[in-house]
Design a protein around this ligand. Structure first.
Ligand code: MN
Ligand code: MN
Length: 317
């Protein structure tokens, strides 16, 4: 059996860094094969290069290219998990989802239908955004298949804010729409890394009304990180993780649209991701990486590290 899995997985190994040094070759996520949606593998990685819904600094449309570039340094064996990821699951880069940079409505439709195609093939997926508005059409596709999902949301921001400039759909409102459209279950939803300042106290009304569990930075830092992670709930049933890179402190992730000081370290984010107890992670995303504001690819590397953890969580049987 073990041998069988290895044989099946052998077609989905990263390019060897000995044969082709890590600075060489055509860039795919983790140097994995570029594949078609219909090919026989388990987890699809793709870029969603749309940032037409940001309220401040743009640039997240360039994230898939940066993350592919930085992921050349990725490795397959997870030390803490003692897990050989690419022997455990067949993972491939299926390229980018098609988007329309000047039209959000068309882009949402394209993202939803792209995700639907992947789900029809009974595959899991991880999207590398894109601004946080791209999560909503992904959740719409998932909810059609699974019903309302458990939802783990890493962010500095609540993203439950009202319309901005008269526009309902922006990167700070996707979580509110996800709840209102019943794509996620508020009682099985957690937000991690939240911190102020807020526009006003009324910003908290939505999460209070829907009883959404919020772990603020104060909640996280009050305890030792290893004690904190023990307080996280377990997730049974189809679960989605959305990882807004701005949950990290700007010192660890400067390349993002709306940075907020006082955030997680990359080490703390690793510990939280490693401690999550999820029965069935069906999909995930990493959003809000903005390469034009990145420094020395710090943010790109942080995204690669989060992607590695997400792949390990999705690969677990
Ligand atoms: Mn966000
Ligand atoms: Mn954010």
């Amino acid at each position: 059996m073990e041998k069988n899995i290895k044989n099946k997985a052998s077609a989905y190994q990263p390019i060897s860094g000995r044969e082709f040094p890590r600075f060489s070759g055509i860039k795919t996520f983790f140097r994995l094969p570029y594949a078609q949606i219909t090919d026989d593998f388990d987890i699809a990685l793709f870029g969603t290069p749309y940032d037409g819904a940001v309220s401040y600094r743009p640039g997240a449309r360039f994230a898939p290219a940066l993350v592919r570039e930085c992921s050349s340094l990725g490795r397959g064996f997870h030390m803490s998990r003692a897990m050989s990821l690419f022997d455990q699951a067949r993972i491939a880069d299926i390229g980018d989802c098609s988007v329309v940079p000047i039209d959000q409505k068309q882009t949402y439709k394209k993202i939803e239908s792209f995700a639907t195609q992947i789900l029809k093939q009974n595959k899991k997926f991880i999207s590398i955004g894109g601004d946080h508005s791209t999560t909503l059409p992904l959740l719409r596709a998932l909810a059609k298949k699974y019903g309302p999902l458990n939802f783990i949301h890493f962010d500095a921001h609540l993203d439950t804010y009202p319309a901005a400039w008269g526009c309902e759909y922006h990167h700070g409102s996707f979580a509110r729409h996800a709840v209102e459209e019943k794509l996620v279950k508020p009682k099985s939803m957690v937000q991690i890394g939240i911190r102020g300042p807020l526009a006003s106290a009324t910003d908290l009304d939505f999460i209070k009304k829907h009883k959404i569990k919020v772990y603020t930075m104060d909640d996280i830092r009050k305890k030792n990180i290893f004690d904190f992670v023990k307080t996280l709930p377990q997730f049974v049933g189809p679960t989605y993780i959305s990882f807004d890179i701005d949950c990290l402190d700007p010192a660890y992730a400067p390349g993002t649209g709306t940075p907020v000081p006082g955030g997680l370290t990359t080490y703390e984010a690793q510990q939280i991701l490693r401690a999550l107890k999820i029965k069935n992670l069906v999909a995930a995303d990493i959003v809000e990486v903005s390469p034009p504001y990145d420094t020395s690819q710090i943010t790109g590397l942080a995204a690669v590290d989060a992607l590695f953890e997400l792949m390990c969580l999705a690969a677990k049987p």
